[in-house]
Write a protein that binds this ligand. Sequence first.
Ligand code: SF4
Length: 236
Amino acid sequence: MYYMLYNSQFDGSRCVAVVTGIDRRSENPKTGPLVHVWFLSADHRPNTYEDYGICGDCPWSGDRGCYVRLSTCCTIWDRWARGGYTDISGILPEHTRQYVRYGAYGDPGSMHLTSWEQLHAALAPRAWTGYTHAWAEPRCRYLRQYLMASTTRRDDPIARADGWNTFMVVRTDKDAEKSIKVWKDYGTIDRCKADVYGLTCRKCMLCCGAGRRMTARTRTVVMVAHGRMAKRMVIA
Ligand code: SF4
């Protein structure tokens, strides 16, 4: 397992990106066996009330529906704090070219361009998934080619107009179908393959941003909120 220190572009605080799942396969049933990158505050254990440096203005931070199990984040943070991980500069060639999920916790948008490029180049993933809630911030625009903008029905058109491929969370199946009907003329719009076909992200890998050759025609993936926090999620 590897780590990389960086300073948050949300508030300048010290943060750490921790890479897990390389030597031990992840058992997450939704994502399948991906390598996970966790963005954590370096100076305290994960706590959604105090993690502005890595969560930014995520609408689900605090008690507003964050679906990540904090106990897992704390276990990872504790192990990193005890010196249990290797600096990313020492990554072994056989640990690159994997299928990666950026943001098992925290927002990749917390990274400045230089830190992001360093991390992405070190991992050199074969394919990846990733999302940012900070898509409206001009300093995060560089991430359009790598990540999906996390949106709701209210702000999805704004993100698309800015060239993002988007990942829109809606409350119900009916909302999902309604969105597909309304917006199919403006770009490609699909239901999340996990929702519809029960695929894992590892088999799908659709949520990988707009790519190097961004076009005017964007892609949106629609997912119905699920999991233990779904009822509490703030969804506009
Ligand atoms: S569309 Fe595919 S990659 Fe994106 S969340 Fe759903 S299963 Fe995962």
